[in-house]
Design a protein around this ligand. Sequence first.
Ligand SMILES: C[S@@+](CC[C@H](N)C(=O)[O-])C[C@H]1O[C@@H](n2cnc3c(N)ncnc32)[C@H](O)[C@@H]1O
Length: 238
Amino acid sequence: MASREQRGSVRTAVVWDALESALAGGPREVVDLGGGTGGFAVRLAGSGHRVRVVDPSPDALASLARRAQEVGVEVSGLQGDVTDLVDVVGADSADVVLCHGVLEVVDPALALDRIGQVLRPGGLLSLVVGQRHAAVITRAMAGHFQQARALLDDRAPVDARTGRRFTAEEIDELLAAHGFGAASVHAVRVFADLVPAALIDQEPGAAAALVDLERAVARRPEYLPLATQLHIVAQRTP
Ligand SMILES: C[S@@+](CC[C@H](N)C(=O)[O-])C[C@H]1O[C@@H](n2cnc3c(N)ncnc32)[C@H](O)[C@@H]1O
């Protein structure tokens, strides 16, 4: 496997485990909100799911179309965003909504409200968000002490590029307030971003051993504050 792919799979293995288990049992109607260039959408379409990607970026949608064509799968790329999601895909039209790496840059309450409207009752939300405690430590370690201090208590975005970060408790509150229950939470990238890329690329077996370690801590609550991201699978209350 090429090094870039290897690093990508280290970063996403834990998310794929939970996602594939949530999607087991037959083809599903999937909406990937902010699905970008289709890293998740194309693979899900390859597993037989019907996937629509909604993203405001025409460039991302063009890359998605190329990627889907290369792999030989069909994915609908729809230009839209959180605000017009319901108009673009229709109310009660999805079994599963992916919202990966998006809640950081949009109004989270608005996004969860719109996602709730497009999910069928009992449908699933797969949510990946940046986790705040790890981001504070990363900024401090890079010498960005004022940014780290600002991020410590502040829920507003530190900068437009990286956006907002969340704690597991904040996500719990947000989900409960928008009609989601039965959430499972996974720690994602606890170690992956701390390990030098060269080690993963060059040391035989290192990538596989690191994935194994990430999987081993993903469901341990004490590792949640150390994770770069949280992956939450939550059910829309029927
Ligand atoms: C960090 S990328 C994540 C891409 C993909 N979900 C993934 O996990 O690989 C964020 C994506 O959100 C999209 N985005 C930005 N603002 C948005 C909005 N208001 N509504 C929906 N998507 C948005 C961007 O175009 C981009 O594709």
